[in-house]
Design a protein around this ligand. Structure first.
Ligand code: NAI
Length: 255
């Protein structure tokens, strides 16, 4: 008898926030290729990117992908997103809280607006999206939630007080979600990537990217797919005993 690591995601419905590019797009592709129906969310700029992503997919997968313009920092947007997906697809089985931003400055130079902006998207956003889908997941006694944290949430990082605090805060949210979902087969886990080759890292000064690669034992950036495959495992039907965990995918940068 063969036993594959993961079961098909056929019939499962997923929401991936910030799914039009980078890590989120890699996650969306992976879930789609295993049969899931996927709604990606994003800001106005992401609509075009979502269209490009859709065009790059095989027709069958493209038909299972939709884009919803929705700001994770606005609770009304999160509620509308959940309601639209439920109405169109009948359930929400998987939530990947992936959308995130940076606004780096040392604490002395960081404005209070920069603090609030990053906390709003990276920490309040995942709470809002979780709150919007959680009741339905508890009632259907099936759900998989993954929060995209960061190695920086574990280790801290010079010039990233807002980002590091948001990503550390996500770990508390993840563990509490895991406790509140456990009796209803709703799991919650966090993934903590190291430096990944996306637009977010491309926006860093080249010297900082070089330094990140140098200080990473595997001596390269991660590919978005290397993060997506961990998410794919966590959202599997067979991963019901895996909850409240923080999975590091950082090339050995922090152990
Ligand atoms: P990215 O910047 O390439 O993509 C983020 C996506 O989220 C974009 O499409 C953006 O428009 C969208 N987004 C931004 N604000 C939003 C909002 N308020 N509502 C909805 N969507 C919004 O980022 P990347 O690199 O793919 O990162 C994805 C996640 O992984 C983020 O949470 C990031 O903090 C985290 N991460 C990234 C690492 C990296 O090295 N790239 C390392 C560790 C964690």
């Amino acid at each position: 008898m063969t036993d594959s690591t993961t079961a098909s995601l056929s019939g499962r419905v997923a929401i991936v926030t910030g799914g039009a590019r980078g890590i989120g797009a890699a996650i969306a592709r992976s879930l789609l290729s295993d049969g899931a129906t996927v709604a990606i969310t994003g800001l106005a700029d992401d609509r075009e990117r979502a269209a490009t992503l859709t065009k790059s997919l095989p027709a069958d997968a493209a038909g299972r992908l939709s884009f919803i313009q929705s700001d994770v920092g606005e609770y009304a947007d999160c509620e509308r997103t959940a309601a639209e997906v439920l109405a169109a697809r009948g359930s929400i089985d998987i939530l990947v809280n992936n959308a995130g931003i940076t606004q780096d400055k040392t604490i002395r130079k960081m404005s209070t607006d920069q603090w609030h902006a990053v906390i709003r998207v990276n920490l309040t956003g995942p709470f809002f999206m979780t709150k919007a889908v959680f009741g339905q997941m508890l009632e259907q006694k099936r759900g998989r939630i993954v929060n995209m944290s960061s190695v920086v949430g574990l280790a801290g990082n010079f010039g990233q007080a807002n980002y590091a605090a948001s990503k550390a805060g996500l770990l508390g949210l993840t563990k509490t979600t895991a406790l509140e979902g456990a009796a209803s087969n709703v799991t919650a886990n966090a993934v903590a990537p190291g430096f990944v080759g996306t637009d977010m890292v491309a926006a860093m000064p080249p010297a900082a990217v070089e330094a990140a690669i140098k200080s990473t034992p595997v001596k390269r950036l991660a590919e978005p797919d290397e993060i997506a495959r961990v998410v794919r495992f966590l959202v599997d039907d067979r991963s019901g005993y895996l909850t409240g965990a923080v999975v590091s995918v950082n090339g050995g940068w922090y152990m």
